[in-house]
Design a protein around this ligand. Structure first.
Ligand SMILES: [Zn+2]
Length: 155
């Protein structure tokens, strides 16, 4: 039997281990994991999946993992953090670049490490809190509509 062709890559994602249970991690299609995998996404999935619900998406083309494997709780937190963050630039309040610079300063992280997709729970919560605080402040400065002002705050 021939030896398998060795792949030469800078990183070797095949050596990834699940951060939750230590099992090896497999690169596989997201079919059966994503409800809709029309993008043909590839995932690094814990070998114990679904008993261990940990995976991370691979960058299309390069198959490099986008971050550390995340379980359901962390994935939900990352989604929530991304939603909060995206509102900052999608609302036109600041550009996407400016939003990343703001977040990086706010979290005291280097800009090139300010990726929600690779953040753990602690940083995700920091992102959500920071974005909510900023959002609340901006509502007070620039009220978009008066329909919310049903309370009895007298000016
Ligand atoms: Zn695992």
């Amino acid at each position: 039997m021939n030896k398998k062709t060795r792949l030469t890559r800078k990183k070797n994602p095949a050596r990834l281990r699940c951060p939750y249970c230590g099992s090896p991690v497999q690169l596989r299609s997201a079919d059966g994991i994503y409800q809709n995998n029309s993008d043909n996404a590839m995932l690094y999935v814990c070998q114990r999946y679904p008993a261990c619900d940990a995976y991370v998406r691979a960058h299309p083309g390069t198959n490099q993992p986008m971050g550390d494997l995340a379980n359901g709780d962390l994935r939900a937190l990352r989604c929530q953090a991304h939603r909060s963050f995206d509102q900052l630039h999608q609302s036109g309040r600041m550009s996407r670049d400016a939003a990343y610079r703001w977040l990086s300063a706010r979290l005291s992280l280097p800009l090139d490490a300010t990726h929600i997709g690779s953040m753990g729970e602690y940083y995700c919560r920091q992102v959500i809190e920071a974005c909510e605080t900023l959002g609340m402040r901006s509502r007070r400065i620039a009220p978009q509509s008066r329909s919310e002002a049903s309370g009895g705050v007298s000016a």
